[in-house]
Design a protein around this ligand. Structure first.
Ligand code: HEM
Length: 497
């Protein structure tokens, strides 16, 4: 057998020479990872991690767990570790020190087709492409200027729902306000996307609106379903048997058809037209349909669920409803149309909207850190960690909100708290990844609510009382009302609406 000679083997020789360096690196690495301090975590079970401690309302379960384990807490959703951020100070620290690092979003299996392989706006990695898409979208769809340009579109769509509500009021029938809100919002955004300023042009979009509402319903069901691939990847095959895979396929195929019809209905220089033009002429590489569907869902679903909560909160608190109605009446007088100047004077209504957005934010915001370790709250957070910012906990943080679980719009009269830049109040998100549709969303909330309060009183169906209104929630990525809001409208002035 040939003897191994260190002298004649240059590889072994260099290994020998490098040995002290390698040893030093190994020891350094070991002591470093030993020194790493991960956030506290509830006790985990093998395979499922902390899934057994999380109900079908994750924002509430995670809130309860955070009361025991702290504002930075590690939970394992199946095999996936996540950092849950649950207080105003914790979020402030993340945003102040690590805004860029955690400006990526986490996706899951149900959402992945929405992202167009990461070529959309909502789920794109933070970087140049995301910046370009966001700039185009704000400039051509969401800026204050564009919101003003589409004033007549909103006026027409709001008048249209007022007419329908009026008919129900004459018959004394109940009306499904949740459905009404979603239809109106889809019409508004379809017209804003395609530049259909004339209501006549809406005819071509009626089918698209019906189809969008149908597949948006399927999408919510999909996002509310358990997905093995996300939590227990080794059992991913089971998704085929639960119906998850089929539902995902049909939902996105129908959504694609809706985007196709919006592209066909587009007018020159509309948002959709600009997206296509920039992609083809300015050679910007992105997925037009993915951008369109992502923003449409963000716009319709978030604004729709907040309108639902707003009206429900007012039903549940009749004295707040009365106060808001008195203000609207005082400002508008006896006119039949409410102007934006008049809405600017409705200070109490604005507080009502702020309080509903505090109590019922759209849900948990999923982010993801970049490829570096970060330190927060004295803990070390590994690269590529999924971050779940629990807005429910942040906006009910007792350090910043007195009686945080009570509905008190007056708290906003006493303090000047805006949608951005206040600790413990982030209904439109935070940092550079915040909601670019805030101006559009908030304008819609104000205009719709001012009109509903001005023209109608609202009664519970079947003679039930306001306190009987069911306020249960459902979590389908966003946290919405579990049951549609069905009410009986009562016209306030015979000649109006
Ligand atoms: C009351 C209505 C709305 C609420 C409460 C709301 C809330 C939010 C929240 C909390 C986020 C996550 C922000 C973050 O990660 O920090 C978000 C993102 C987003 N929202 Fe809204 N939103 C509303 C309406 C709208 C509207 C009307 C549009 C479009 C016209 C829109 C478009 C978007 C987009 C595109 C994003 C993702 C931005 C990005 O990742 O760069 N939203 N929204």
């Amino acid at each position: 057998m040939e003897q191994i000679s260190f002298h004649s083997n240059p590889f072994l020789l260099s290994l020998l020479a490098l040995f002290p360096v390698i040893l030093f690196a190994v020891i350094k690495n070991k002591t470093k990872s030993k020194k790493r301090k991960l956030p506290p975590s509830p006790t985990k079970l093998p395979i499922i991690g902390n899934l057994h401690q999380i109900s079908n309302l994750p924002h509430k379960s995670l809130h309860d767990l955070s009361l025991k384990h702290g504002p930075f807490m590690f939970v394992n959703l199946g095999t996936t570790p996540c950092l849950v951020v649950s207080s105003a100070d914790a979020l402030e620290e993340m945003t102040k020190n690590h805004d860029i690092t955690f400006s990526n979003r986490h996706t899951n299996t149900g959402i992945s087709p929405l992202t167009g392989n990461g070529q959309d706006l909502l789920f794109n990695t933070h970087g140049d492409q995301w910046k370009q898409i966001r700039k185009i979208s704000v400039l051509h769809l969401m800026s204050k200027n564009v919101v003003n340009r589409f004033q007549t579109v909103r006026d027409e769509e709001i008048s249209s729902i007022l007419e329908t509500i009026n008919l129900s009021s004459k018959k004394g029938e109940e009306i499904d306000m949740s459905y009404m809100f979603n239809t109106m919002l889809t019409n508004v955004f379809h017209r804003s996307y395609t530049g259909s300023y004339q209501r006549g042009e809406m005819r071509g979009l009626e089918r698209a609106t019906r189809n969008f509402l149908s597949c948006d319903g399927k999408l919510k069901k999909l996002l509310g379903s358990f997905c093995f691939e996300d939590f227990l990847p080794s059992l991913a095959l089971l998704d085929r048997f639960t119906g998850f895979t089929t539902l995902k396929k049909t939902t996105y195929s129908e959504m694609d058809d809706v985007m196709e019809s919006l592209i066909n209905e587009r007018k020159k220089e509309s948002f959709v037209d600009v997206l296509l033009h920039q992609r083809d002429n300015a050679k910007l590489d992105y997925d037009v349909k993915a951008i369109m569907q992502g923003i449409l869902i963000a716009a319709v679903d978030s604004t729709g669920l907040e309108l639902d909560w707003l009206l429900a909160d007012l039903i549940k608190h009749p004295q707040v409803m009365r106060k808001a109605q008195e203000e609207v009446q005082r400002v508008v007088g006896t006119k039949s149309k409410i102007s934006s100047n008049e809405i600017d004077q409705m200070h109490y209504l604005k507080c009502v909207i702020k309080e509903t957005l505090r109590m019922h934010p759209p849900g948990i915001i999923p982010r993801q850190t970049s490829s570096e370790w970060i330190k927060v709250g004295g803990y070390d957070i590994p690269p590529k960690t999924i971050i779940l910012v629990n807005l429910f906990s942040v906006q009910r943080d007792a350090k910043y909100w007195e009686n945080p679980h009570d509905y008190i719009p007056e708290r906003f009269l006493e303090k000047n708290i805006e949608f951005m830049g206040n600790k413990g109040y982030v209904p439109y998100g935070f940092g550079r990844r915040n909601c670019p549709g805030m101006a559009y969303g908030n304008t819609l909330l104000e205009e719709v609510m001012a009109n509903l309060l001005y023209h109608f009183d609202w009664k519970m169906p079947d003679g039930s009382k306001p306190e009987d209104l069911n306020m249960d929630e459902v979590s389908q990525f966003l946290v919405a009302r579990k049951y549609p809001l069905k009410l009986i409208p009562v016209q306030r002035f015979k000649s109006n609406a």
